[in-house]
Design a protein around this ligand. Sequence first.
Ligand SMILES: Nc1ncnc2c1ncn2[C@@H]1O[C@H](COP(=O)(O)OP(=O)(O)OP(=O)(O)O)[C@@H](O)[C@H]1O
Length: 314
Amino acid sequence: MFSPANSEAKPLVSLSNVGVRRNGRWLVRGVDFSVSRGEIVTLIGPNGSGKSTTVKTAIGVLRPDEGRVERAAKLTVGYVPQKLAIDWTLPLTVRRLMTLTGPLSDNDMAAALDAVGLSHMLGAEVQHLSGGEFQRALMARAIARKPDLLVLDEPVQGVDFSGEIAIYDLIKSIRNTTGCGILLISHDLHVVMAATDTVICLNGHVCCRGTPQAVSRSAEYVRLFGSRAAQALAVYSHHHDHTHLPDGRVLHSDGSVTEHCHPDDGHHRSHDGHGHSDDHSEHDHAGVGHDQRGDHHAEDHVHDHKQPAGERHV
Ligand SMILES: Nc1ncnc2c1ncn2[C@@H]1O[C@H](COP(=O)(O)OP(=O)(O)OP(=O)(O)O)[C@@H](O)[C@H]1O
């Protein structure tokens, strides 16, 4: 069992002021974060905010156009991409899926499938797996080669709400048993799990970062989802009140355009039941910290915490 005390101080991967530019446009810029052994870091943000670009840069699939990416020597990465090119017309068993990218011993395959709860499905056709089972099979494939860093791009796609909780539990258990670092992407701003040590919100740059734990401890949340769900899942929603234009300028909600984020065009909105207010200390208590480096100011975004779509406050 992994113990954080055993974790190495040096991060597995660290990004400093990373920017990626394509066709004259910055896809992401000024991105700073690191992932250490035993740590779970989750990137959230709207469509096109640069999450996939950022993880691809972190693992070396893309080269940054500015800034620096440092990876630990001999780092092994298990990567579950957002999209997988599978020919669904051809039969493909779970066993074959596990070995598509290289040979794997029977023992390692069995251990990985056991870890994700799919040992009984070695001979099953991938086409027949449920959304949750398919995601687990992809995770088994990624952990079978015992990576130092596991990177999961939207691990809960096609999975229902209770399945999401199970997958987040599984991710946490993989971290606890192997001690690997985990870098996750959640496309959905609403759902972030409590196992996450750090949430990083991207919108072309790092908007804010912090822990989702405080939300999962709120009485309303525990009443709504039960204590088990509260241990496994936190809910975090983030409303962007400005848009980054292709040329790097910023379009604000009042229609004005500035070179950089505006220092006072946003506010912390209170939310029914969660008691958030404009008081910074309270917001900090909720574990969410704004990124105050560079030109991005603490007041540039509106936050609240709420239940996922389809759920309702009680
Ligand atoms: N090679 C490329 N050339 C030009 N633009 C690109 C390239 N790759 C990505 N983009 C653009 O960069 C932006 C960020 O894309 P990215 O896939 O990183 O976002 P994302 O946050 O992962 O989005 P989603 O939630 O939809 O998966 C998008 O506007 C995308 O169209």
